[in-house]
Design a protein around this ligand. Structure first.
Ligand code: ATP
Length: 275
């Protein structure tokens, strides 16, 4: 129960595995089929608030090493989908599989133990604790002190700004730095997969750029990521594949670069006139 996590091919400890398909233009262009390397798979998932169907039977998958985004306008159902995955909202119909196991309706803490780490919207760092202490909190499911120490150093390698401020309380960090800390903290659990909920939310444009660069860097380390984002352009730029959600349904899916150049996506989400 308390033994240190075993390094595995799918282990995505900070700075650990490096098997990311980094050809963002070519990776996984077939959204309908999911293979043996599938980490997360949603099949015909439905979620309702009373009589209101917020998620209408969606299919979605994320393969090992992929960075996949779920984009869509305000109210499209992105957050509700995430809440369904993390067991916060009840899934009315359909199945959620994590590493092949049916985890539909399982509570968040159980999913974290299985290797699904979440970085919530609003970040949720502990303002009164130092950066180092926040990172250590991220490793609460582990008991390998030496491994934890070396992973903290790896997170600092990924985020040098945090290293400079390691003994500062998290409350003194800027919004973008807090977002980086939240990502670093999630990585401390040595997750198989990261769920990022709107990491650009509430950040100044320059910081938004930085945070997306960070997401890309973490992905390049081999971490499997599902990114929920309203900023369609930046999300598609850093992702391998994308799903577009509208009124609770997936309306488009596929290679992120193709979506970025899709006239319908450009018109609806990138503020361009339809061709
Ligand atoms: P945003 O980016 O604004 O969070 P979103 O794409 O994440 O948008 P959701 O928050 O998932 O969208 O909302 C999907 C739909 O469900 C919307 O019509 C919303 O009004 C509705 N909804 C969300 N939360 C609740 C709730 N707790 N009770 C009732 N309806 C809700």
């Amino acid at each position: 129960m308390n033994e240190p996590p075993k390094p595995a091919a799918s282990d995505t400890s900070p700075g650990g595995a490096r098997h990311a398909p980094d050809d963002r233009a070519g990776a996984g262009a077939a959204p309908a089929a999911s293979g043996a390397g599938t980490v997360l798979e949603l099949t015909r998932v439905e979620i309702a608030y009373g009589g209101i169907q917020a998620v209408k039977g969606i299919d979605l998958h994320v393969d090992r090493g992929e960075l996949v985004c779920l984009i869509g306008a305000n109210g499209a159902g992105k957050t509700t989908t995430l809440k369904g995955i993390t067991g916060v909202e009840r899934v009315k119909a359909g199945t959620i599989r994590f590493q092949g196991e049916n985890v539909t309706g399982r509570p968040s803490f159980e999913l974290v133990r299985k290797g699904l780490a979440m970085v919530p919207e609003g970040r949720g760092v502990f303002g009164a604790l130092t950066i180092e202490e926040n990172l250590a909190m991220g490793a609460y499911i582990r008991s390998d002190a030496a491994g934890i120490r070396s992973d903290i150093e790896r997170v600092f390698d990924l985020f040098p700004r945090l290293k400079e401020r390691r003994r500062q309380t998290a409350g003194t960090l800027s919004g973008g730095e807090q977002q980086m800390l939240a990502m670093g903290r999630a990585l401390m659990s040595r997750p198989k997969m990261l769920l990022l909920d709107e990491p650009s939310m509430g950040l100044a444009p320059l910081m938004v750029q930085k945070v997306f660069e960070t997401v890309r860097m973490v992905s390049a380390e081999g971490v499997t990521i599902l990114l929920i984002e309203q900023n369609a352009k930046l999300a598609l730029e850093v992702s391998h594949r994308g799903y577009v959600m509208e009124s609770g349904a997936i309306t488009l899916a596929g290679d992120a670069k193709k979506l970025l150049h899709d006239p319908a996506v450009r018109a609806a989400y990138l503020g361009e006139a339809a061709a």
